[in-house]
Design a protein around this ligand. Sequence first.
Ligand code: CA
Length: 438
Amino acid sequence: MPLQSFIEVSPDSHFPIQNLPFGVFQPKEAKPRVGVAIGDLIVDLSVLEELGHFRSSEFREPVLSGSRMDRNEFSEDSLNAFLALGRPAWRKAREIVQHLLSAETPTLRDDTKLRDRVFHAQKDVLMKLPVRIGNYTDFYSSYHHAHNVGTMLRGPENALMPNWKWLPVAYHGRASSVVISGTEVRRPSGQTKPPDASAPVFGPTKSFAYELEMAFLIGPGNSLGEPVPIDRAMDHIFGLVLMNDWSARDIQAWEYQPLGPFLAKNFCTSISPWVVTLEALEPFRKPLPPQDPAPLPYLRAKDDFTFDIRLEAGLQTAKMLATASPSGGGKAPHIITRTNFQNLYWSIAQQLAHHTVNGCNLQPGDLLASGTISGPTEESRGCMLELTWRGANLLKLPNGETRKWLEDGDKLTIAGWCEGYGYRVGFGEVSGRVVPAV
Ligand code: CA
């Protein structure tokens, strides 16, 4: 029998007592603060902190100096201060919350007044970006994604660039345009060059696509000039979120050489609000698939791993959303991608070790994304570019509509969860609806 909470949690909920993801929420007419999700509720950690539940020496002593003793990390409008504390504090905080929510602990269970202060219904609050993101990097770590895209551009013989199996390829993205799930996504305009035209034209993108990704958030950073050895990588990783790296393929095709993506990617990137910790993911750890050739020593971890996280992308067109019945019928997104986090070739430890190997300094709240997560099957293709093979194959929807690319009014939702041991550890979802260009 898995650990139970006194809070009722449905068996298919993403947020049982085994998960306890951290996020930032804003109750009506109050300031944003840090909370933990359980079932359909949120535990307000700023109230628990005010009441002294996080004052134990184990939580603070290893990490806080005297001058910071009065700081309430959970009353802030981002997780950054908490992230800077490091894994011993994260573990302790999680243990404290798990204990307070357990069916055996009377503190909250038997105090109705206190429960009114501590719990909020998720439907009544506004979720905010969980972190102030200083820097955002996007990797390109799925073999099948890289191979598919390379095949479209250069043919199957030259699909992978010579460096791909030697290092986790990435580009530096734009942190300012990372938005929280639910934010509308405006169709970007830019330069594109039709193949038969002699000069580029300007206008809204005609190849608007999603990319199903996951991303991890940095806790304590490293000093400039000091690489993080791969076996210490986990000291720096707090947890993971879902991500949609919205992309304008026609803008990308014209601009990307020789320095990589720029305006095709930096107009909007959506992330999910709840950060699932490595502790919650631990039961779903899997060995990293074999790598051939063996990576250079600085990328070889003693015991490298990945996670069994099921991932889905679903589409709802404007027509589908309009015909959804009030009872919820027809509201579920039509699933167009089914994949798994295990389809990534490079591990998060390798990504972090590679990112810092030249002395580049990471900082609390930095966002490091996986790249599109595609698997070997057609169903597991993680982006619109691969699904329609660059617009060559129409995507057929159950109501008779078709898509080459995303159209205005389309809503794209990515969901992810681990399953086993009688419960789910889920990420919730990240969604966004395309609105017309300015
Ligand atoms: Ca990407």
